[in-house]
Design a protein around this ligand. Structure first.
Ligand code: FMN
Length: 373
């Protein structure tokens, strides 16, 4: 009882704002974006460049082996090259500069001018030159006034294995317009990402690629050594020992953002966990989980599963609710991490399947873990 009262006092005086002790060397989100475009007269090229800037994607020009001359582009002339190509659905104008690393890209924006209400057949050449099956492809276009609808329908019908996202006409689009469009796509795109897209630094500062955990069930926990919930290390280690042979891996991310309860160095944290709680599951370097400097893996985790609610029967739930409401009456509607020992359960496909707040004891997680194993 005395301990709880002391904790209450400590919680109440805690500074809920983020401390900025994050490790700035952490790697960035790994979803790779390509902005590929064909442009005969430079208009689509202009928006493609802006799109690459906004998305941070790599820009790639789809270059015709034989460039289009003005005469080729004369749509009034039924015999011009473009007219002939657009009339022949099987025409596949050759392209130069094959893009070598397409397999590394998950999201591909494909840009083109609208020709005869649809996309130029050189886009078919492009689509057939690479394995886009299962990749996310997002069309964009410029035109003299026609919309992009028919082009999108034609592409979807021709390449049904591709994960098509709704295309966008970017006539006279400003950078702001493009930013707004990309923002609407971001949520959608984050839904298709997995934990395997992320990297972090181990407790010893070595890069850990989460793709190496493919096929495992993961429990990702933000930890702290001087918190009322710190004894959960024992329960977490017990879970790890019980289920590790069946494929469970627990990964601890120490974080000092909640009440300054993880002040130590990575070395000190590791020693504390090993000596006091016999921790053998992997610990990462200390990171931030909330705010501007939040580690990308946490930005992603929070985008996948919002606040799960405190367990009603837990003795600290009421206290947590009071403390957090005081700082932000609307806290429950926000997905950020509320306190140390928030747990995310990841299935064998790298997707978040559960979020458990600090008031869920590790032993409460046995059933959900077993369901994934
Ligand atoms: C052969 C040809 C056909 C075109 N067909 C259409 C069309 O059906 N609808 C339209 O709005 N604009 C059409 N346009 C205009 C282009 O879509 C528009 O000028 C576009 O922005 C050019 O992009 P670019 O500079 O990247 O090549 C056509 C242009 C050409 C050359």
């Amino acid at each position: 009882m005395k301990k709880i009262v002391m904790m209450l006092a400590a919680f109440m005086t805690m500074n809920l704002s983020a401390c900025s002790q994050g490790n700035k060397k952490e790697s960035k989100e790994m979803t790779k974006v390509l902005v590929a475009y064909f442009s005969a007269t430079g208009t689509t090229k202009g928006v493609a460049k802006q799109l690459a800037e906004v998305t941070g994607g790599k820009l790639h020009e789809i270059k015709p082996a034989q460039p289009y001359t003005d005469a080729d582009l004369n749509w009034r002339d039924k015999q011009s090259r473009s007219s002939v190509e657009m009339k022949d659905k099987t025409s596949r104008p050759a392209i130069t500069d094959k893009f070598k690393n397409m397999k590394d890209y998950d999201v591909i924006y494909v840009g083109f001018p609208i020709w005869w209400y649809t996309c130029p057949t050189i886009i078919n050449t492009f689509m057939e030159a690479y394995a886009f099956k299962g990749k996310t492809v997002i069309p964009f276009a410029t035109s003299g006034g026609s919309d992009i609808k028919k082009a999108c329908e034609d592409l979807k019908a021709a390449y049904p294995d591709v994960n098509w996202k709704e295309g966008k006409l970017l006539n006279r689009a400003t950078k702001k317009d493009i930013e707004a469009w990309v923002k609407t796509l971001t949520n959608d795109l984050s839904n298709m990402s997995t934990i395997y897209d992320y990297k972090a630094l181990s407790n010893k500062g070595k890069e850990v690629n989460f793709a190496d955990y493919k096929g495992k069930v993961l429990l990702v926990v933000n930890t702290a050594s001087k918190c009322g919930f710190t004894p959960q290390y024992d329960g977490l280690e017990a879970l790890y020992l019980k289920y590790k042979d069946q494929g469970l891996v627990i990964i601890g991310f120490p974080c000092d953002q909640f009440g300054h309860q993880e002040p130590g160095t990575n070395e000190e944290i590791e020693e504390f966990c090993r000596l006091n709680h016999g921790v053998t599951f992997p610990l990462m370097s200390k990171i931030e989980v909330n705010g501007e400097n939040a580690h990308p893996i946490y930005k992603w985790l929070e985008s996948q599963a919002g606040f799960a609610g405190f367990a009603p029967e837990h003795k600290l739930s009421k206290l947590m609710d009071e403390m957090l409401s005081k700082a932000d009456p609307d806290y429950a509607s926000k997905p950020d991490i509320k306190w140390n020992f928030t747990k995310f359960l990841i299935n064998r496909e790298g997707k978040v399947v559960g979020r458990f707040e600090p008031t869920s004891e590790p032993s409460d997680l046995e059933k959900p873990i077993e369901e994934q194993l």
